[in-house]
Design a protein around this ligand. Structure first.
Ligand code: SF4
Length: 325
């Protein structure tokens, strides 16, 4: 792994204003992402995991500037992309691509596969004529689709094949970073592993860097070099996949991990059932956001927010139990 980060996210926030009541003029804010910071190094896969609604997809949209961040900076390949005008951002988008969870809704049903894959090449004036047709055929080949699939429409393909089409489109402009937002969550388990294997092959072949977002820790661990665990708009823990699985420090990570099946079917692990539900991001708990569900809650947890501090080599935890301050 190279040492220079390709992506640096600093204190990223995304708040959504909402009215207190239909007649009220007073606005409150849903703090979907509330100050997250992390680096992604060139050539690595960085997993971002958490329950649905924890803010991980919102964070991805803010990084991509599909939604305007409330605060924070995103440095991509040395450039603060939050400061770029539309034209400059369009150039950056060549190198910063995204693949969404539901390939069906992200692929225009009225366009042929050929047109879908060709679109970014045309928009960015990267190819035309015979060269364009050749590039599209090559991209379909790379993701394991037959060259004659180009004349068909998305609904004629299975979920896994549609995700391959989305990948072909994302690869068209030779990106440096691809944000994969739950790319296999909608697929059968057998198809999931095919797509994960394809992602790993493509990463090697094209020296890609991935931000891999998922709610399933076992999927994230399989593909990620490092993993960040997110809870209610904040990061709870960051570590290498191996370290996170063998030595989880944050009580929330421990609970998430306790529901991941062990490779040995005879081995048993006690499942940690967390009480209650994830609180609303409109009114998150004071102090540690996890304190309403944490089995180890102390007085300080309701008063002071724990910082994300180092507890080991490249292992960071936001918990007063581990000495965060
Ligand atoms: Fe639990 Fe306190 Fe640690 Fe939060 S800071 S995870 S409430 S022990």
């Amino acid at each position: 792994m190279a040492l220079l980060p390709l992506l640096q996210v600093r204190d990223l926030k995304k708040y959504y204003p909402i009215k207190k009541s239909p007649l009220s003029r007073t606005k409150v804010f849903a703090k979907a992402v509330d100050g997250i910071s992390f680096d992604i190094f060139r050539g690595e896969t960085f997993g971002l995991v958490g329950e649905s609604g924890c803010g991980k997809t919102t964070a991805a949209k803010a990084i991509l500037r599909l939604e305007k961040a409330t605060a924070g900076s995103v440095i991509f390949d040395g450039i603060d992309i939050m400061q770029l005008d539309k034209a400059a951002m369009r150039q950056v988008r060549r190198e910063l691509q995204v693949v969404f969870q539901d390939p069906y809704s992200s692929l225009n049903p009225r366009m042929t596969v050929e047109d879908i894959v060709a679109e970014p090449l045309i928009v960015h004036k990267a190819a035309k004529g015979k060269e364009l047709a050749g590039k599209v055929a090559e991209l379909l080949d790379i993701v394991g689709l037959s060259r004659n699939s180009g004349e068909r429409y998305p609904h004629e393909f299975s979920g896994g094949q549609r995700q391959r089409i989305g990948l072909a489109r994302a690869l068209a402009l030779q990106p440096k970073l691809i944000i994969l937002d739950e790319p296999v969550s909608a697929l059968d388990v057998s198809i999931q592993s095919q797509i994960i294997n394809l992602l790993e092959d493509l990463q090697q072949q094209f020296k890609l860097t991935y931000l891999f977002i998922a709610h399933d820790l076992s999927v994230v661990n399989h593909i990620s070099d490092r993993v960040a665990v997110m809870y209610l708009g904040k990061l709870a823990e960051i570590a290498s996949g191996e370290e996170l699985f063998s030595n989880p420090q944050h009580p929330y990570t421990q609970a998430l991990l306790s529901s991941v099946p062990l490779p040995d079917p005879a081995a048993k692990r006690e499942k940690i059932i967390l009480p209650g539900n994830v609180p609303s991001p409109v009114n998150p708990p004071w102090g540690c956001r996890f304190h309403t569900r944490c089995p180890y809650k102390m007085d300080i947890c309701t008063q002071k927010e724990p910082a994300l501090n180092a507890v080991g080599d490249s292992h960071f935890v936001a918990c007063h139990l581990t000495g965060s301050n």
